[in-house]
Ligand binder design. Structure first.
Ligand code: MG
Length: 213
């Protein structure tokens, strides 16, 4: 059995920029005393929960006091953004790919996102994935991406010998390497940086090839 685990932002849904902008706004509106670093890469964990925890600790602010309000504010911002007819499209080919892969014997699909669960669900629904239901793990489960990926793996419920992570960012590649998982890179941020790469999800071949199809 092969376990194919997908990241969400930038991998299944074209939400990378939207997410970054609204996350920043949520943090700065709820915790105006902090200053954010230039890039998320400068934080230890590339996840909503991990980044927020590190920001609060850096500025000696109690995590218990601020964490939930930032999470809630971020949820409101994403919800408002989507309700105002703003687009949140799937990555081209993503819905069709997941439909096809979920019908392949010997292959199980999971979703492991560094985002929180509430906004992950909103973005998936807005981008046309609402009919699809796969085991999922999120920033609500752990701070580190590797922990989130392992929790997803444990929820996939089958003896799986081989895991492949599908992601759009360097931190996804590092996380897969750390866990000894194979990796498929999606989109321009990883072009030329990994062995198996696709510009979007219209090209199903690398995925089908995993199962010998
Ligand atoms: Mg991503």
């Amino acid at each position: 059995m092969i376990g194919l685990v997908f990241d969400i932002d930038g991998t299944l849904v074209d939400s990378y920029d939207l997410d970054e902008r609204l996350y920043r706004r949520a943090v700065l509106s709820e915790v105006p005393a902090v200053k954010l670093r230039n890039s998320w890469r400068e934080y230890r964990y590339s996840t909503d929960s991990g980044i927020l925890t590190e920001i609060l600790e850096e500025f000696n602010l109690p995590v218990d006091e601020y964490y939930d309000s930032v999470r809630r504010r971020f949820g409101e911002l994403v919800k408002n953004h989507l309700q105002n007819n703003n687009h949140c499209e799937s990555i081209p080919g993503a819905v069709s790919l997941l439909e096809d892969l979920s019908g392949i014997p010997g292959m199980k699909i999971g979703i492991a996102t560094g985002g929180w669960g509430h906004t992950a669900r909103m973005k998936l629904d807005a981008a046309g994935f609402s009919e699809l239901n796969f085991p999922m793990s999120s920033s609500d489960d752990a701070l580190s991406r590797t922990d989130i990926m392992e929790i997803c793996a444990s929820r996939m419920g089958f003896p799986i010998e081989r895991f492949v992570y599908v992601g759009d960012a360097q931190w996804d590649l590092y996380a897969a390497e750390k866990l000894g998982w194979e990796f498929i890179g999606v989109g321009k941020r990883l072009q030329g940086r990994c062995d198996i790469w696709v510009p979007d999800l219209l090209n199903k071949e690398p995925f089908l090839a995993l199962s010998g199809f």
